[in-house]
Write a protein that binds this ligand. Structure first.
Ligand code: ZN
Length: 457
């Protein structure tokens, strides 16, 4: 089980691939960098794993014990309580600790009440989680009409990434207050005018689904800080704690059955083992209630044309695709073409690359850069706009699923799709940083999302 946050340096790309293929280390995919003596990645691993790596010649720098430090962080969040929390305690701007899972739901419900009723609507997601929780989303829009673009913001998919629901609740609270009072929003030196906020709410439909995996988030906030998956019960006969759960963001219907589609040598960060601590893909595509809920939003609101899934960490804005490097010249070399099965997921080769039309690439990168610039304006952090594929590919993720929908079925809308990985690898417990740091991340990502909503049209 991963416990230590560490940097791991290996001599070449093959050694970096082995971290995933052979040593089953949890790598932060987009943190691979070329350094003296090879390549370095930010990662989480157990003490046993780190000792094996050192024996095999890797250089390991142990940062913090993520379990121990995470336990301390758990104490900073408020406990669940049967009593209603005072409304001011639900204001992220005034909060001194992460919202717990009930507070996220309470804050979302509060946003749909007076005085915001004329432009908000609470949406009940149809699938209860394994622990029988009901999730909600919020629609933020004044007026309606056929040509309005829908923008879908998702958070809380990975249990240990505690801050994404707080970011989205803060976004909702800021936009509701500014719209209602016809004022602008200022975040550090970044200014959004009253007219821009009015325009977001009156010409677009914003759908916010802040906490997709409440069971997992609660477990991470109270029991095992490094928990990532949902809480699907373990298969019969499997008693280890890590045999519980599915990785929601490997469970979407995009190249889900990766052993069929990928090169056996690919260092893909997916697993068919239910007891994999982090990246078990589930028994079938879209098997999980949490995945079904996230997908239901696209089906229920077919005007959604933009999608951002918030994750941590590494300070990246990722656009399609995640299964292989992009190419713009060969449309038939694509994820639906079975003649490329067994060839996907190797970096720096020509056997397979995923097709992305250059016009789509231009739009995808342009919007990502708007987000990047607005994030940077808050305190200077530079998030990298990158393709989701890195040395380490993925399958079954939300962003690739969302963009693939219109290719699989041309009647569906084209959805420009992103994964934002907030927070720096140099933060201790980067999946859930200390709240004073998280507040700054909340500010910068909120700024990025506002710029994104303004630019998306
Ligand atoms: Zn994540």
């Amino acid at each position: 089980m991963p416990s230590y946050h560490a940097t791991i340096t290996g001599p070449d790309q093959a050694a970096m691939a082995a971290l995933v293929n052979k040593y089953k280390v949890t790598v932060a995919r987009h943190t691979v960098q070329k350094v003296a003596g090879g390549f370095r990645v930010d990662a989480h691993a157990s003490g046993t794993q780190l000792r094996s790596l050192e024996k095999a010649g890797y250089t390991v720098e142990r940062l913090e014990d993520a379990d121990k430090t995470g336990k301390a962080r758990q104490k900073e969040a408020r406990k669940l309580t049967a009593q209603a929390v005072a409304p001011e305690a639900l204001k992220v701007a005034q909060s001194t600790g992460y919202l717990n899972i009930d507070e996220v739901e309470a804050a979302l419900a509060a946003a749909a009440l007076a005085p915001n009723k004329a432009f908000t609507k609470l949406i009940s997601l149809p699938n209860k989680t394994w622990e029988q929780r009901t999730c909600h989303a919020l629609k933020l829009a004044k007026g309606s009409g056929g040509t309005r673009a829908g923008i879908y913001l998702l958070g809380g998919v990975h249990a240990r990434e505690w801050g994404s629901p707080d970011i989205l609740i803060h976004f909702v609270q800021l936009v509701c207050d500014a719209y209602r009072t016809n004022t602008g929003i200022t975040i550090a030196t970044k200014k959004f005018t009253a007219a821009q906020i009015q325009s977001i709410v009156e010409t677009k439909d914003i759908y916010i689904f802040p906490q997709a995996n409440p069971d997992g988030r609660h477990y991470s906030m109270t029991t095992e800080p490094m928990w990532r998956k949902n809480r699907r019960p373990a298969p019969a006969g499997h008693t280890q704690t890590q045999c519980v759960g599915v990785d929601i963001n490997r469970n979407y219907d995009f190249l889900w059955d990766f052993p069929t589609y990928f090169d056996p040598a690919s260092p893909i960060t997916n697993s068919v083992d239910p007891c994999d601590h982090d990246v078990y893909i589930g028994p079938s595509a879209t098997s999980e209630p949490e995945t079904k809920n996230a997908v239901w939003m696209f089906d229920k609101f077919p005007n959604i044309r933009y999608f951002v899934d918030l994750h941590s960490y590494s300070e990246d804005i990722l656009y399609n695709w995640g299964d292989d490097e992009n190419q713009t010249t060969s449309p038939s070399m694509n994820f639906q073409n079975a003649s490329f099965n067994g060839k996907r997921g190797i970096a720096n080769d020509k056997a397979y690359r995923e097709y992305l039309a250059s016009a789509d690439r231009t739009i995808a990168v342009g919007l990502a850069n708007k987000m990047r610039d607005a994030i940077k304006a808050v305190r200077g952090r530079v998030y990298k706009t990158e393709q989701a594929m890195s040395l380490y590919p993925t399958a079954g993720t939300s962003d690739d699923y969302a963009f693939s929908r219109h290719i699989v079925n041309p009647k569906k809308a084209k959805v420009y799709s992103y994964t934002v990985e907030w927070g720096s690898p140099s933060n201790p417990t980067p999946f859930h940083p200390a709240y004073p740091e998280m507040k700054q991340i909340i500010d910068e990502v909120t700024s990025g999302l506002l710029a994104f909503c303004i630019a998306a049209s």
